[in-house]
Write a protein that binds this ligand. Structure first.
Ligand SMILES: *Cc1c(COP(=O)(O)O)cnc(C)c1O
Length: 422
């Protein structure tokens, strides 16, 4: 067999088996070329919300293909982008007034950072520092890596990364430490924005914190004129139990980033929403105050049509009920692991469930992660632990019986590991 020229993401090709090829996707499943169905318990890296190939979204894509391909998005606009922007403003926390399109979570965050710095620059009070939370993840471009947790993932690029103010993760009972650290950073008068994943820090290990803390952070930000950027790239579109996680804290961030579930997971698209004052700061007869940002594929009409169809799915189907049901199914199954000494930090926010396998050594490079992945793969389950953190973030169409399969495999993996058989 000839070797594939494809270089896969987050993949050590020297250690991984050849990639299994997927021929088709359907609901909660990936189906490989031999016809084997693999249960997608992590929504294909957190993008699929309702299930693979929701018929209304696929239909909308097909219809859009009959009239559009890419259209330059400076000087021109188009109905899918206009309709989507209106729809997003409608469903987002009240007070966000403008929508800037790009094509991935990373670019949505880059846009947010530039909006924040541009806001202060254009209003003659330049600020240049960004505050973030420990264990955060905001993407893999140089700017977003700078704001994320440092480690083996970005060691090679460290010399090019900019410095940020890092707030300790709010451990239960110690939340004040985080708030005090934020306030201390704000006192410099230099913090343009707090960039934060609301309620759940995804790639940093599915670490969860409460809505009260998020609301307190917003209050401090307001006091010091610091903007809040909510990175809802993962938490958006129902994952945490509400459409956006910020709703649970009853806050409106100054800037909100959304991507992954924006098209239901069907096509790449991102949007950065902002408050009127941020748009206003860039509105001027002085061209130097223009927001200087673009991606070639900004507001791709077919992707926008998919996102409009996704909004319609949210309007016309009982998605909220499905999410509540899934959260309940997760809660019941997770409860069995509460008293299990082989697991720690059994936790849940909305549809996302996570638990830490108590292993001799933690960390992403500990060999337990790859061995667990291989074990789940052999069971035709797509579950990718983050080091020793096992989590399930399923599409909303998953059934209780399908979840049982995933949880039984998790329990079996712990048993094998305990007996030195994994
Ligand atoms: C996935 C993710 C990103 C990056 O999104 P990409 O589309 O992979 O660039 C940014 N922020 C958060 C919170 C994410 O989970």
């Amino acid at each position: 067999m000839t070797r594939s020229p494809v270089w896969h993401p987050f993949t050590q090709h020297a250690l991984e088996p050849p990639m299994k090829r997927i021929a088709r996707t359907d609901g909660a499943y990936l189906v490989d070329e031999d016809g084997t169905a693999i249960l997608d318990a992590i929504s294909s890296w957190w993008v699929i919300t309702h299930g693979h190939r929701h018929p209304d979204i696929m239909d909308a894509i097909q219809r859009a293909c009959e009239t559009y391909d890419q259209i330059i998005f400076a000087e021109y606009s188009h109905e899918p982008a206009e309709e989507l922007a209106r729809g997003l403003i409608d469903v987002a926390p009240a007070g966000l007034s403008h929508v800037f399109y790009s094509d991935s979570g990373s670019t949505a965050v880059e846009v947010a950072l530039k909006m924040a710095l541009g806001f202060f620059h254009n209003t003659g009070r330049p600020r240049s520092r960004i505050a973030v939370m420990e264990n955060g993840y905001h993407g893999d471009t140089i700017g977003t890596m700078s704001t994320g947790e440092r480690g083996v993932f970005n060691a090679a690029y460290e010399p090019l990364l900019f410095e940020v103010d890092r707030l300790p993760f709010p451990e239960v009972g110690d939340e004040q430490v985080t708030l005090d650290a934020f306030e201390a950073a704000c006192k410099s008068g230099q913090v343009a924005a707090l960039l934060i994943e609301p309620l759940v820090l995804g790639a940093g290990g599915m670490k969860m914190y409460g809505a009260t803390l998020l609301r307190e952070l917003k209050r401090i930000a307001e006091r010091y004129g610091t903007l809040m950027i909510a990175d809802e790239v993962m938490t958006g579109w129902g994952r945490t139990g509400t459409l956006f996680a910020c709703e649970q804290a009853q806050i409106t961030p100054d800037i909100l980033c959304t991507s992954k579930g924006l098209t239901g997971g069907a096509l790449p698209l991102a949007a950065t929403l902002c408050a009127a004052e941020i748009f206003q700061a860039h509105l001027s007869t002085d061209r130097r105050k223009t927001f200087f940002h673009s991606s070639s594929y900004t507001a791709n009409p077919i992707a926008c049509a998919a996102a409009v169809a996704n909004l319609n799915v949210w309007r016309s189907e009982p998605v909220g009920e499905r999410i509540a049901t899934l959260a309940e199914l997760q809660r019941k199954r997770l409860a069995h692991f509460d008293a299990d000494a082989r697991f720690a930090n059994v936790r849940q926010t909305g549809t996302i469930a996570a638990l830490d396998l108590v292993a001799p050594s933690g960390g992403y490079l500990s060999e337990v992660g790859p061995r667990l992945r291989a074990f789940f793969r052999a069971q035709n389950l797509l579950i990718r632990p983050l080091g020793n953190v096992i989590y399930l973030m399923p599409p909303y169409c998953i059934t209780g019986a399908e979840l049982d399969r995933a949880y039984e495999a998790i329990a079996e993996a712990a048993r094998l590991l305990e007996n030195g058989q994994l």
